[in-house]
Design a binder for this molecule. Sequence first.
Ligand code: SDX
Length: 436
Amino acid sequence: MTPSEVKATLAFSDGSPTMELPIYKGSIGPDVIDIRKLYAQTGKFTYDPGFLSTASCNSTITYIDGDKGELLYRGYPIEQLAVSCDYLETCYLLLHGELPNASQKADFEHRVMHHTMVHEQMQHFLRGFRRDAHPMAVMTGLVGAMSAFYHDSTDINNPEHREIAAIRLIAKMPTLVAMAYKYTIGQPYIYPKNDLSYAGNFMRMMFATPCEDYHPNEVLVRAMDRIFTLHADHEQNASTSTVRLCGSSGTNPFAAIAAGVACLWGPAHGGANEACLNMLADIQNQGGVAKIGEFIKQVKDKNSGVKLMGFGHRVYKNYDPRAKLMRETCHEVLGELGLQNDPMFKLAMELEKIALEDEYFVARKLYPNVDFYSGIVQRAIGIPVPLFTAIFALARTVGWIAQLNEMIGDPEYKIGRPRQLFVGAVSRDVKPIGQR
Ligand code: SDX
């Protein structure tokens, strides 16, 4: 980060001494005002619940321009990566900062695809869950439980441990997600097959049974792989910030990633894809396209508590580039499966069209985000709705790891410990219970 010639001066109307604050420039994007000395010099905190105006770190991994609807992983536009690269190339890029050459790609793929099995005892954790447990409850448990099995890669400050933990997490998440799915439907687990592609192996573990193998359709595999790429990283979103804050205590990488899984589950974040498909199903059941007007009216009524799931974003005030790519993937998959007239897809496109013409959405710059179409394409592939967010977690694991490693590798990093504006009761004495 480059010091700017421009300085910020903080003046107070009560005659307190003014303070000059340095400003730093990044390579692109908004400058930052360095307030690290503010409290020491003024005795005051800044106040920014939800962090709308707060940069928590400096990073070289992912850049988002919300006004332009631009997303870059290590400088490469998501539109190019989603078409020209596969997910494991993108993982290599996010972890190492450069796209792999042919031999680096082959070596990375070999390492990942030879760490796909999980410790056989991991199965015992699943038996503790009800069969109807939400897959994200299972995944939060299983990812955290990995800390109990991989003691040789839990020292976050050891670069070799960080490297092997990254490989293990990227390699084993598909196996764990498929196990979580098989457990809920009462089918035996399918072991990974290392000669398949990353996405192909995942789909086989999901849909094969001991009685009948599964030969993935290449169009569907490519679509699954692209879904992973589109979800791989996204700057300092809620779950990534959770992983950074959790990891800043020095805890092991598996525990930090488990915290990210737990945060991603929320419907305002990664849980929105499941909530979006349930929303579309509800509209469909109530009459489909004919009912869109009524639904939009509900959304605009603040008291209804109804939101248009899959729409809106803290950063994008334009179309989420991932939503465009996801809609194209929808077209491809539905075309391949002869489902061009899938009523849910038609409903989603009509809902998008109406919303984008409605003043309520236009005024608030609410556009489709990554979650609006991802559920439709996953459902078409055969992924059950409750598993959508677990697949988001699978794909985002590499982004969480890259961001965690970047933080740990920064000599300036400290444990994260925000302060507060206290508005509660000031000091008072305890009264005997008879006087309360
Ligand atoms: C992800 O951060 C990331 O990068 C996340 C993510 C990633 O890759 O990691 O991109 C993944 O989480 C995508 C977002 C998925 N969530 C949803 O689709 C859920 C629906 N969206 C909303 O909950 C909301 O848009 C958020 C949570 C995504 C963003 O909320 P903000 O930035 O806090 O904005 P806000 O709630 O203050 O909304 C501003 C206005 C409000 O209206 P007013 O009070 O100004 O009148 O827009 C309204 C909101 O009520 N609004 C919506 C809406 N989203 C915002 N109204 C209806 N439907 C919506 N979806």
